[in-house]
Design a protein around this ligand. Structure first.
Ligand code: ZN
Length: 272
């Protein structure tokens, strides 16, 4: 009776563990046909009569398990990045701003942005951001987005949004976004928002929490340095202090040509 039970148990245990090519040695112990490591312990199971052997993983089994563990970890890391991206990029258009999509219009600015990512830990420790300024169409948001997306890919919680969005959120939402969950905040198009106490509070919160802030703006440096109103100046002073690197993003000739070409094509089509 006992031997029948043992053979049933063994058959159940062996389920999926014995593969084609596996073999038994002269003592009846099972070996892997691939790596030739034993697949059963030498020690008999103490309480079973007659004694039976227990299955153990051979090298192939251990490698398979390790690969499975790595796949699960990689999947978890991907899921984390996806979740970060959902919480961090407020406008879907920002997702396409990546170094891979850079047309190389200004290699110096690209190099600076890549250095910012490479030296991220130092930038974080110094609470150091970048101010991208210049006329519309130069690609200021694009460069800021490249940094955000590269850091999101590294698992850094980064947010790219507009100050006006955060103001609306803080005034209207039941649970406004907790900015302290982010390690980097990009404020796109600074200067376009209405200046309010809430706008100042948000910039001040970011400033006091020492979260690095990257800003893009169509304003000139002199407009940022000497605003008409005290309210604006209080906001811009904090931004200027935390963005020691002021990066002028010029509107290149190719961008102007592309824009003129688009104008020409659209007029040609629409004026027919
Ligand atoms: Zn094996």
């Amino acid at each position: 009776m006992q031997s029948i039970i043992n053979s049933i148990v063994s058959a159940n245990e062996a389920n999926g563990k014995i593969h084609e090519g596996d073999y038994y040695d002269e003592t009846g112990r099972l070996f892997c046909g691939k790596c030739h490591e034993p697949k059963q312990t030498e020690k008999p199971f103490p309480l079973a009569k007659p004694p039976r052997r227990m299955f153990i993983p051979c090298r192939c089994d251990r490698e398979e398990e390790e690969q499975y563990r790595r796949r699960i970890e990689a999947q978890k890391a991907q899921d984390k990045i996806k979740a970060l991206r959902r919480s961090g990029v407020m406008d879907a258009a920002y997702n396409s701003y990546t170094f891979a999509a850079d047309d190389g219009r200004d290699s110096k600015i690209t190099a600076s942005c890549k250095r910012y990512v490479a030296h991220w830990q130092e930038m974080l420790d110094l609470a150091c951001g970048i101010l991208f300024y210049g006329d519309v169409g130069g690609g200021k948001s694009f460069y800021a987005g490249c940094i955000v997306n590269a850091l999101l890919d590294l698992g850094v919680p980064a947010l790219m949004t507009r100050l006006s969005y955060l103001v609306n959120d803080r005034v209207k939402a039941d649970n406004p976004i907790n900015l302290k969950q982010f390690k980097l905040i990009v404020l796109d198009d600074v200067g376009a928002e209405n200046i309010s106490q809430t706008a100042f509070d948000i910039v001040n919160d970011i400033y006091l929490a020492r979260i690095p802030v990257i800003c893009t703006t169509n304003l000139t440096l002199s407009e940022l340095k000497s605003s008409a109103t005290l309210e604006k100046q209080r906001i811009y002073n904090r931004i200027l202090e935390r963005c020691p690197k002021k990066c002028l993003v010029p509107v290149t000739k190719s961008r102007i040509d592309a824009s003129r070409e688009l104008d020409r094509l659209s007029s040609e089509i629409l004026n027919k």
